[in-house]
Ligand binder design. Structure first.
Ligand code: FES
Length: 572
């Protein structure tokens, strides 16, 4: 018996009430039941241009569901747009996950198609689906077209950050700057570099939530409706055969996701999202695995910011299937994918490495794209994307210049009197999950303008914030515990010596323990900003970055606890 039949089969007043409600919305249900009701969680919104292409996929999704004998039912969910939502869409990722879980729990739905694209929408969808543990597929909206600026093809995100540095170094005049703005308004879809959105779309294929080969189809591509129809048919099949996330996404899937994250030089944000997804599934997640597993993985995908191409080039090379084939035995081949095949099955039929997907024998670099560091400055760890950093800065000792939050940082990096040189270590604190709250992507601290003018293009930066997946530079992120809860980052003062050693796994504040104890005793927890509603709930319950920044009461303590309790289906 289908879950939805509990609502709609029968001849009493509640079954009739439920059927009347569904039929009034135009849905074809009757008292016999037996037709899977498939939710389509639509996060398209004009406040989020990254997700707007999802709107055009609705007819194909409905057609796919109907052709397989299912009943499609669309409903809206919050749309987390990275560009406009402040202080950060990350503050609302867990809210989206709750919304999806609770919409599934409280309605007569047998399976779900989750329409997601921009950075936090894919992980929020995956977290909600993992907690609901009903058959689920994610359908992505694809990357937006490349921009063209003064004869150059440029990506969104990564190239804007580079152009901004040129602007601040007085290398870009007013005309060029406004031309860049027009160029970057180049259409709908997700960022077309390997930012968080593209990274999570790729990883969702590996985790078994996106049909193989469809996660990187660009926005507006002719293949997108066909992929939507296929997803519609497949979700009905998954309901009929009882394929739940817990049967597809296991510990091996998560390990494979970490390996692929390294192979694509993907977003540092994915480390946090994978930890959160693991927490929803009741699976262990060790931050050190990002480094340990990654060191065996070569960087194979030549896409910005770790490489030169765009996501469109990755898709043209065959996308995830080609990468899976290239990685071959470096992945655990028994892991299942969304179409029921295994990683090994896919590797056997996928295109050979070509274009921006390199062969293992010809990598962009080897030894992994990330390093996890620990030490007196980050006892619970921090992450650096070494593939997008300056190799000569990955082992560095310098004097700290400390910024106390975003506004202090933006003001003082422009101050010509700032006591800083290229050997300094820029420290930004107070921007972690509790601190802001929401852990915004402020971590790629702008270089002081007087150093930019001298031609400096990278420095060591340390922060408890995140940075955009489209960002680059030698930035040690996600320092845990964060400053706002009394982590050692809170104790750093201007002029302190700080040492980082990415390959050695160290990040240390070189101040003697007596002095640190004095500072610790004087430290006071920041007076909380008066918060109410969701931000207050978030701040009271959010976990630190290595645990995924989920709310503590949403984690599953074990696989047995991951699924929601079914509601009583009676009179409303
Ligand atoms: Fe939405 Fe980059 S801002 S995907």
């Amino acid at each position: 018996m289908l879950r939805s039949d509990t609502w709609i089969v029968g001849d009493d007043e509640t079954a009739i009430e439920h059927r009347v409600a569904l039929r009034s919305s135009g849905l074809e249900v009757d008292g016999e039941g037996g037709r899977p009701v498939i939710g389509i969680a639509n996060s398209a919104s004009e406040l989020n241009p990254c997700n707007l292409p999802l709107r055009d996929l609705l007819p194909a999704l409905r057609e796919g569901v109907r052709s397989a004998g299912g009943v499609p039912v669309e409903f809206p969910v919050i749309s987390l747009g990275e560009d406009l939502m402040k202080p950060s869409a990350m503050l609302y990722r867990n809210l989206l996950a709750i919304e999806i879980e609770e919409m599934l729990r409280s309605h007569p739905l047998d399976g779900i198609l989750l329409l997601a694209n921009c950075d936090k929408t894919v992980p929020g969808a995956l977290m909600g689906a993992a907690s609901a543990d009903l058959p689920a597929l994610v359908v992505t909206g694809g990357a937006r077209p490349p921009a063209s600026f003064r004869g150059r093809r440029i990506g969104t995100g990564t190239d804007l950050w580079r152009l901004w540095d040129e602007r601040r170094a007085h290398l870009l005049d007013d005309d060029a700057w406004h031309e860049a703005e027009d160029a970057l308004a180049c259409g709908l879809g997700a960022c077309n570099t390997m930012g968080t959105a593209s990274t999570m779309a790729v990883l969702a294929e590996i985790l078994g939530f996106v049909l193989p080969g469809t996660g990187t189809i660009p926005a507006g591509d002719d293949r997108a409706p066909l992929a939507g129809q296929a997803a519609g048919r497949r979700i009905v099949e998954m309901v009929r055969t009882g394929v739940r996330p817990s049967a597809v996404c296991d510990a091996a899937s998560l390990r494979n996701a970490l390996r692929v994250l390294n192979a694509i030089g993907g977003s540092t944000n994915a480390v946090i999202h994978l930890a959160a997804i693991a927490g929803r599934l009741g699976l262990a997640f060790e931050l050190d695995d990002v480094d340990r597993l990654g060191r065996q993985i070569p960087l194979l995908v030549d896409v910005e910011p770790s490489g030169k191409g765009l996501v469109q080039d990755f898709d043209a090379a065959g996308g995830v299937p080609t990468l899976v084939r290239s990685l071959g035995g470096l992945l655990e081949e028994a892991s299942l994918l969304a179409d029921g095949r295994s990683i090994g099955d896919l590797a056997g039929v996928a295109p050979e490495p070509n274009g921006v997907v390199r062969a293992v024998s010809d990598p962009l670099s080897s030894g992994g794209a990330f390093r996890v560091v620990r030490g007196s400055l980050a006892p619970d760890g921090a992450v650096v994307k070494s593939s997008a950093a300056s190799p000569e800065l990955l082992h560095h000792r310098g004097r700290a210049v400390v910024f106390h939050g975003y506004e202090d940082m933006r003001r003082r990096v422009e101050d010509r009197a700032l006591d800083v040189d290229e050997t300094s270590v820029l420290v930004l604190r107070g921007c972690g999950p509790v601190g802001t709250p929401g852990m915004p992507e402020w971590g790629m601290i702008p270089l002081p303008s007087k150093l930019l003018e001298k031609g400096v293009r990278d420095m060591v930066r340390i922060t408890d914030a995140r940075m955009s997946g489209t960002s680059f530079g030698t930035v040690f992120l996600h320092v845990a515990p964060e400053a706002a809860v009394g982590g050692p980052l809170a104790l750093v003062e201007d002029g302190d010596l700080v040492e980082v050693d990415a390959d050695g796994g160290r990040i240390d504040l070189l101040v003697d323990e007596v002095e640190l104890e004095r500072r610790r005793a004087a430290w006071r927890r920041p007076v909380p900003v008066h918060l109410r509603g969701w931000p207050a709930l978030y701040q009271a319950h959010v976990t630190q970055a290595p645990q995924g920044c989920d709310l503590d009461f949403l984690e599953a303590p074990s696989p047995e606890h991951r699924r929601f309790v079914e509601p009583v289906v009676g009179r409303s």
